[in-house]
Design a protein around this ligand. Structure first.
Ligand code: CO
Ligand code: CO
Length: 328
């Protein structure tokens, strides 16, 4: 379904108002947030995907990490998870492995798997509905960056392209191990990082870096300056992009979002498509005060986000029409 079609459909549900709903359909937030008491809000999300790798256990890990990510992106802590599975008859060993992989990630996230629902389907699908908690004052929204913020991306781009290459058997799971390890890596960041002056955060998934970044810049006075040479990418993904191995979703993203993007330099088309590449379990995009950038990067590195990079800044310039400016 296209971005616009989805937006049209969701618009009609937009007017549901309740003073305790702190995040919902509006702004395409990562998860819904509902205040229970003055100190506790629940964060609620669901996500499920089709296999991106052949190995069922690893697929389970990736799908679960991908679903848990939206809780982390809101600054929340996952509490409970429910499995959602669609599965063909007669492959129960694989299903068992998928769920084991999912459980592995739910436990790593400090949450508890408490049930789920499954139904028969030709193509397997797996994911989670996750319930988390957050302090109502500590929600990190996806559309609230501030002038002067730096933008940090925590994982390299290109998992969509790698998944396409895996499906076409152009690359083995052994060779794709960097992409696989990033996709199954939880977007968990410790409180030490969440307590820094982060003004806005989201996870990079189906709409790619520039799609999710344009959802971040809804304030008309702001735009993002992105230094394309600083953006971390998976080397193999770049090589496949040069050979035109690109998922349909990424091409669609470029069509939709490039109208809000101004290129101030020439960009190699293979590099450019990576900026729109639809990610599975992609990294966090963090908008943070200049003063905390170094601290944030070193804390991220000690959490295993070794390719985290500062990729640009949020600037104020009312004369700019585009939300995103690509520079050297
Ligand atoms: Co998200
Ligand atoms: Co999601």
């Amino acid at each position: 379904m296209s971005y616009q079609d989805l937006g049209e459909i969701l618009k009609q549900f937009n007017h549901i108002k309740d003073e305790n709903i702190l995040s919902s359909f509006e702004y395409n937030e990562d998860a819904a947030v509902y205040r229970i008491t003055r100190d506790i809000a629940i964060v609620f999300t669901v996500d499920f995907i089709t296999p991106v790798v052949d190995d069922p256990y690893i697929f389970g890990q990736i799908a679960a990490a991908n679903a848990l990510s939206d809780i982390f992106a809101m600054g929340g802590k996952p509490l409970l998870a429910l499995n959602i599975t669609c599965f063909p008859e007669g492959q129960m060993d694989d299903l068992n492995e998928i769920i084991k992989g999912g459980l592995d990630k739910v436990q790593e996230a400090g949450a508890i798997l408490v049930g789920g629902h499954s139904l028969q389907d030709k193509e397997p699908k797996y994911g989670l509905s996750v319930l988390g908690i957050v302090h109502p004052d500590k929600i990190i929204k996806n559309h609230t960056p501030q002038e002067g913020d730096a933008l940090i991306l925590t994982k390299p781009l290109g998992t969509g392209i790698i998944s396409t290459a895996l499906k076409a058997e152009l690359i083995s799971e052994d060779t794709a191990i960097d992409a696989i390890n990033y996709m199954r890596k939880l977007n968990f960041v410790p409180e030490e990082i969440l307590n820094l002056s982060i003004h806005s955060m989201t996870d990079i998934t189906g709409f790619g870096l520039l799609g999710h970044l344009s959802e971040m810049i809804i304030n008309r006075d702001l735009h993002a300056e992105i230094r394309i040479n600083e953006i971390p990418v998976l080397t193999e993904a770049y090589e496949f992009a040069c050979q035109d191995i690109i998922p349909g979703g990424s091409v669609a993203n470029q069509k939709i979002f490039s109208c809000g993007v101004k290129k101030e330099i020439e960009i190699d088309p293979a590099k450019e498509i990576l900026l729109y590449d639809a990610q599975t379990s992609g990294g966090l995009l963090i908008s943070i005060s200049e003063k905390d950038v170094q601290n944030c990067l070193s804390l991220l590195e000690s959490e295993g986000f070794v390719d985290s990079k500062r990729i640009g800044e949020i600037r104020k310039n009312p004369s700019r029409e585009e939300k995103i400016i690509l520079i050297q």
